[in-house]
Design a binder for this molecule. Structure first.
Ligand SMILES: [Mg+2]
Length: 425
């Protein structure tokens, strides 16, 4: 029986049927980049075959209000995401919900990925991240903004890691930007008394940190005293106050000038994000640059909030806005508007911290970064930990996120902390 040979074309839909040998033959005359892209785009083995989820809780040390609740310490919950293609390529990401920060929890993030976002991505081309977000938009409808952005961010990061590995490019190379870094880290002072604050500040100094972000609200008197104490200890440091939406508008207007007098450089999230007129009044007051954080999820509301003159800048967090794809767009919007952006996080563990470092490094951030995972977390899942020295973090180098996840460590952490099982989608 004779086999029929189809004519080979590298530009028509027939390229989907190229065998490896045909592809190699064709590559002798076509540019390598085109061939690589066609090879991955055209072969079903490059499609997402399955997604695995590992629910873990990174153990924490020290007091941080976001990891405590009625049942004691929550730990730093995270759903670790592993995406595998039919060809065996793997990308890792991490969703990091915290019920004390927003409505997303370890349980909801797991269910949303297991039953909605994950199944929608199976069979998808991992190089087409733009379209992956459209697919996820359809799988779970938005509310005021993108649905369940923290859950989604883990999938976005894993897609970026996978796309980088398939292309043999780091994130900065995929974005045509420099790698940047190292990035100075900010030390978080979340204290209930001034004595406790002093101890936290001393601890930061002893580990090489000289820039501080303080958690303020709802007590203005304590907040001004705390700001004064930190400024006295760190006369030249960058002092960043974050209220996490904890003031009402009248209190925020009173406390902003007093925090400025005490030496604070910027005031983040003084109000809940739905206090639109309050944000406008604080920006008009001009006592401190007003940054937003909670409530800015998609580029749409960021653009609207800028138009409404609610903010002087934005604290960036890929996890808050559904991942790197949107976070990068938000930095570009902020830069276009001539506003300020700072690098922040949600006490990101190793995988999502690597993603945030890559983004902030690529955009040349030169202010201290409030990525405080190294301060509060005591476990990691990497074969080689992130490089953090004297209060600075290097931007990981290498394809994708530039890290190697140790799956045995992931499974061990899952067993030890949540006693749950790997979920395969
Ligand atoms: Mg914040």
């Amino acid at each position: 029986m004779k086999s029929k040979t189809k004519p080979v074309s590298v530009v028509s839909g027939d390229s989907r049927r190229l065998s490896r040998r045909q592809l190699l033959r064709t590559s002798a005359v076509a540019p390598l980049g085109l061939i690589t892209a066609l090879a991955w785009a055209g072969q079903s083995s490059a499609k997402i075959e399955h997604i695995e989820l590992f629910a873990v809780r990174y153990p924490t040390k020290g007091y941080f209000k976001f990891f405590t609740g009625p049942g004691g310490s929550y730990g730093r919950g995270a759903v670790i995401v592993k995406i595998t293609t039919g060809g065996g390529a793997v990308g890792w990401g991490q969703s990091i919900p915290s019920p004390m920060w927003s409505y997303e929890t370890l349980e909801t993030a797991t269910i949303v990925m297991r039953d909605y976002l994950g199944p929608a991505l199976r069979g998808h081309d991992p190089l087409d991240i733009d379209r992956a977000h459209e697919v996820m938009d359809r799988a779970l409808a938005p509310g005021f903004s993108t649905a369940m952005p923290i859950a989604r961010s883990g999938l976005d990061m894993a897609l970026h890691d996978l796309a980088g590995k398939l292309r043999n490019q780091s994130l900065s190379q995929m974005w045509h930007r420099p790698r940047g870094g190292p990035l100075k880290l900010s030390w978080t002072v979340n204290a209930r008394t001034l004595d406790e604050a002093q101890k936290v500040i001393d601890d930061g100094y002893s580990r090489g940190y000289s820039n501080f972000n303080i958690k303020v609200a709802p007590d203005p008197k304590f907040d001004v005293a705390l700001a004064g104490l930190v400024r006295k200890c760190a006369p030249d440091g960058f002092l960043w106050a974050d209220a996490n939406g904890g003031y009402d508008p009248a209190t925020a207007l009173k406390v902003a000038p007093r925090l400025a007098d005490a030496g604070v450089d910027v005031l983040e999230a003084p109000l809940r994000p739905n206090r639109i007129s309050g944000y406008q009044a604080l920006k008009r007051q001009g006592a401190l640059p007003i940054l937003m954080d909670e409530g800015v999820v998609s580029p749409v509301e960021l653009t609207e909030f800028i138009r409404l003159k609610m903010l002087d800048g934005l604290a960036m967090k890929p996890s808050r806005c559904g991942g790197l794809f949107v976070a990068k767009q938000q930095i570009e919007i902020i830069l276009d508007a001539g506003l300020m952006w700072l690098g922040s996080g949600l006490t990101d563990p190793d995988i999502s911290m690597a993603a945030a470092l890559a983004l902030y490094g690529a955009f040349g951030l030169n202010k201290p970064v409030a990525l405080n995972g190294p301060q509060f977390l005591t476990a990691d899942v990497l074969a080689k930990p992130l490089t953090i020295k004297d209060g600075s973090a290097a931007v990981p180098d290498g394809p994708g996120l530039g890290i190697e996840v140790d799956e045995e460590k992931v499974v061990e952490l899952m067993k030890e902390t949540t006693n749950s099982k790997r979920i395969v989608i």
